[in-house]
Design a protein. Structure first.
Length: 625
């Protein structure tokens, strides 16, 4: 059977379609109700599998009512009516009625071919009305002839009235076939799009259920099967609220996003579909919370492990200082180079901020940015972190081994903070990696090539360390290709208030307090402080200011009061035991200084401008990093 099936209610129409087979490119099957069917009730079975049906009059209406396949009406044109009317009038009939089903004619105007002939149009909804309609026409309109479809002709003949079958011309048949072919093309395109959509829906990881305007399930994808432990045959065609008890309280006609399904650890989103204000169905999307949590955890691990992303850019750096601007302009130019950069500056001046900005302004922007503080680790741990290790390389080694930061930074940037604190022994190993551009894991034999740009930072002059023989000269010249000098905050006072305002805006965005201030003069007391901890110290002060602020309005007096309350420095006399062991005396001195700061090692390092590893060595705290 062809996709297009023509069903004709009488033999003459079937013969006309047969005559069209050689004149049209539209393939079709033909069923004549007079020849091929004994009972019209067999028709649905006869047209099973058809994509488009073509018929006329009452038969077309019956097919449309009984089935779901689209039905195209064979039209009757004005020319067809005129042709039949002229034939009847020429036979001597002047009062003529055209009696047809409602869907057969698209016009109902009375036609007058001459002053002696009158044409009346009458339609019916079902065959039971035909006889009464014709009897009324005979009585009221003195009708002597009836033109109509097969049923009307049959009824008129029984009433003794002349009748003639209203035929559709060849043009009408061509129109019906062309319309069918166009509709078939639309169906195929829609089916292809539907298949594509279904493929996508079944492939996605989220559970997807689509429902029609009655709330009955039309699509139930694989992920939905897993979430609700149901099969397609159990739920398709059923009301979603009955087929999926968990969804009984979901309003499918209202858009809802990322709602928690009551009694279940499932997040759902409802996307209703409205066309011209009429509800056509809805798409329901479900995700298990444990899956979302796992995915989020994996993403966080990938993006944040070892600081593999650079968040800051040059536009994030706040400064009005001329020298600082020049330094940043140079750093921005360095971004276009592959040369190693050394950033000089005191603790808290924003060395890593500049390093991240250089990375994000370079061609390596989309690649990893890996950061490590060299002073926070012992030489052995620093080596394992930078170069990685194989399984069993040492006690406590992770099963399967671990890639080093050089490997993780491949094709990206490696930021080595406090580079001046690494030992001479490790400096030699680092130099070899920079020269050869390859690493070998501890305990392994395989050489791994690496493409890494190195940016270093230090609060010490590397050239001075070279003179003091604390830093290898060859490594110094390998690293110090490009240099950036960051000024301490005390030497760029014009940046103090803008930085403070920037930190306050950040605090406000975090939602802590909706703070206000009358003018920038409120923060003028900050200019008198030396800010030895630079921007980091200022940021910590602003954080403290926000937390302690009793009101939403910040006043100048409150800023000054908080500034004066801060234990910025410690001053006290200490007594030392004089011995011949200088190192022991030095250890005792640092222990007493640490006591002055209540054991706060970070504050001691900041005030005395030393690294944690230096303090660790002074105190000989071998169990600390």
């Amino acid at each position: 059977m062809e996709d297009v099936v023509v069903i004709t209610p009488f033999a003459e129409l079937a013969e006309r379609f047969e005559g069209l087979r050689l004149k049209t490119d539209v393939p079709f099957s033909l069923i004549s109700l007079e020849k091929d069917l004994k009972d019209e009730r067999d028709l649905p079975e006869k047209v099973r599998g058809a994509k488009v049906l073509i018929s006329r009059g009452g038969t077309a209406r019956l097919l449309r009512e009984k089935g779901s396949v689209p039905v195209i009406d064979i039209p009757v044109s004005v020319k067809d009516v005129l042709r039949s009317v002229s034939s009847t009038v020429n036979k001597g009939f002047t009062d003529v009625a055209v009696v047809t089903p409602e869907n057969l004619l698209t016009f109902t105007e009375n036609l007058s071919l001459s002053k002696d002939a009158k044409i009346t149009f009458e339609s019916y909804q079902n065959k039971k009305q035909i006889k009464k309609k014709i009897e009324s026409l005979i009585e009221k309109n003195n009708v002597k002839a009836v033109i109509g479809d097969k049923a009307a002709v049959k009824a008129a003949t029984k009433l003794g009235v002349f009748s003639e079958l209203l035929l559709s011309g060849e043009e009408a048949l061509h129109t019906a076939l062309d319309t069918a072919q166009h509709l078939l093309s639309i169906q195929r395109n829609e089916q292809a799009k539907r298949k594509e959509l279904e493929a996508v829906i079944h492939y996605v990881n989220e559970g997807v259920i689509t429902v029609n305007e009655e709330g009955r399930i039309t699509v139930f994808n694989e992920a939905a099967k897993h979430i609700f432990k149901k099969e397609n045959e159990e739920v398709t065609g059923r009301d979603v609220r009955k087929a999926i008890p968990e969804a009984k309280d979901i309003n499918i006609k209202k858009e809802q996003r990322n709602k928690l399904l009551q009694g279940k650890r499932i997040i759902y989103t409802t996307l209703p579909i409205y066309i011209d204000g009429n509800f056509q169905g809805s798409v329901l999307i479900f995700e298990e919370t444990k899956k979302l949590q796992k995915l989020e955890l994996e993403i966080r691990k990938e993006l944040n492990k070892k600081g593999l992303t650079a968040k800051h850019r040059f536009t994030d750096i706040v400064t009005k200082n001329k020298e600082m601007k020049e330094a940043l302009e140079e750093a921005a130019l360095f971004a276009a180079s592959e040369g190693t950069v050394v950033i000089y500056g005191e603790s808290g001046t924003g060395k890593e901020l500049v390093a991240q900005s250089i990375h994000n302004a370079s061609e390596r922007e989309e690649k990893p940015f890996v950061s490590i503080n060299c002073a926070s680790l012992s030489p052995t741990l620093l080596e394992s972190e930078l170069f990685g290790y194989e399984e069993g390389a040492f006690t406590g080694a992770v099963k399967g081994g671990k890639p080093g930061l050089f490997e993780l930074a491949h094709r990206g940037t490696l930021f080595l903070d406090e580079i001046g604190e690494i030992s001479l022994e490790f400096q030699a190993k680092l130099l070899r990696v920079l020269q050869e551009k390859e690493v070998k894991r501890i305990g392994g034999g395989r050489i791994t090539p690496v493409d890494v740009r190195v940016i270093c930072a230090t609060n010490q002059r590397l050239s001075q360390l070279v003179e003091e023989e604390k830093f290898r000269e060859d490594l110094y010249y390998r690293l110090a290709i490009l240099e950036v000098e960051l000024l301490p905050l005390r030497e760029r006072k014009e940046d103090i208030v803008p930085l403070a305002l920037s930190f306050l805006e950040k605090e406000k965005k975090s939602g802590r307090k909706p703070l206000r201030w009358q003018s920038e003069d409120v923060f003028s007391p900050l200019l008198a402080h030396k800010w030895k901890g630079n921007a980091r110290e200022l940021e910590n002060f602003v954080h403290r200011l926000v937390l302690l602020s009793p009101a939403e309005d910040i006043s100048k007096g409150f800023v000054e009061k908080q500034l004066n309350k801060r234990p910025l420095t410690k001053s006290a006399k200490v007594e030392l035991s004089v011995t011949q062991d200088i190192k022991l005396m030095e250890k005792e001195l640092w222990e007493k200084i640490l006591d002055q700061y209540d054991g706060d090692k970070e504050e001691v390092c900041r005030q005395y401008r030393i690294s944690k590893s230096t303090l660790w060595r002074k105190l000989s705290f071998n169990n600390e990093k």
